[in-house]
Design a protein around this ligand. Structure first.
Ligand SMILES: [Zn+2]
Length: 52
């Protein structure tokens, strides 16, 4: 059984298992990452929109 590498809970869905962390932890992890890189989630979303 795969576990979340952040909170150590069992991962139940495929996407979470693929990423090695649950959706809540993934969100927090990404927010932390964006903070460290001095960019916001909004910046990422806008960049993605620009690609389309
Ligand atoms: Zn977790």
């Amino acid at each position: 059984m795969k576990k979340c590498r952040i909170c150590n809970r069992k991962l139940m869905n495929y996407k979470s298992i693929q990423r090695g962390m649950g959706p809540v932890c993934e969100q927090k992890y990404l927010e932390k990452l964006y903070k460290e890189k001095q960019i916001s989630v909004d910046d990422i979303l806008q960049q993605k929109k620009g690609e389309n």
